[in-house]
Design a protein around this ligand. Structure first.
Ligand code: ZN
Length: 252
């Protein structure tokens, strides 16, 4: 197959083969093959629902109904989606004893669902988890889904009637310091930091690859589109993750 003679792919295979500690950083691009669209892309969800209204922490605190309206829209997209072969290939990489952590910007729980056992640091939270902002009660996702399906515009805590929030990090919501610290710790201890399917456009998550590089790691990017951080990558594969990742991981 012609792809195997792509010198960039060969180089990626060699780099990973000789690496001892690899950290993978995933973005929306790894989940598009599962049918989860990239909200930021052209024609994406954020064009229909302005995130500064529907997914904004400050708006949510005053008018949570906008966020729940967005959830209504997302429900059918997320409920049937499953991890794809790229998520599973990261489990393969883990079994080879090289993967030390996954840092993800996604909230879809696919790395866990695929069977990854390494620490998974969800910088932007997890859409499958929710809690009561008033009493801290852990709310089941199925409870929320049921309420929304029943036409309730703002679901309330089943225990105290308080405000429910999913564990998704909204716009203008600060990211938990301990998550960033943990991600940084792994990034600074790896010899290869792979960015898979991320446009690296969201701060502060997009600083993590640079911290890895500063600490001596080599960066490998596999992305459909160029990013403004490509100049920092030791190696860049530009194309579909679903095409490149098997070529690289299956050869290690
Ligand atoms: Zn409560």
């Amino acid at each position: 197959m012609a792809e195997y003679f792509d010198p960039q792919v060969s180089l990626a295979i060699d780099m990973i083969r000789y690496a001892k500690k690899i950290v993978v950083f995933t973005g929306a691009g790894i989940s598009t093959d599962s049918g989860i669209p990239d909200f930021r892309s052209q024609g994406g969800l954020w064009e229909k629902y302005n995130p500064l209204k529907y997914a904004n922490y400050n708006v949510f605190l005053k008018k949570p109904e906008f966020y729940w309206q967005l959830e209504q829209e997302l429900q059918p997209i997320f409920s049937n989606a499953k991890p794809n072969k790229s998520h599973k290939l990261l489990v393969t990489l883990e079994k080879k004893g090289k993967l030390t952590a996954i840092i993800t910007q996604n909230m879809d729980n696919f790395h866990q669902d695929a069977g990854s056992k390494v620490p998974i640091i969800e910088i932007h939270g997890n859409a499958h988890k929710a809690h009561c902002m008033d009493c801290g009660f852990i709310i089941k996702r199925s409870y929320i889904t049921k309420r929304l399906k029943a036409g309730i515009s703002v679901p309330k805590c089943s225990k105290c009637g308080g405000r429910i929030k999913t564990d998704v990090v909204l716009f203008n919501e600060p990211i938990a310091e301990d998550l960033l610290e943990e991600a940084t710790k792994y990034a600074e201890q790896c010899d290869i930091f792979m960015v898979l399917g991320s446009s690296l456009s969201v701060f502060p998550a997009n600083q993590i690859p640079l911290l890895a590089r500063k600490a001596g790691a080599k960066l490998i990017f596999i992305n459909r589109d160029p990013t403004y951080m490509d100049k920092y990558a030791s190696l860049r594969l530009l194309g579909e993750l679903g095409t490149y990742l098997p070529l690289v991981i299956n050869e290690i």
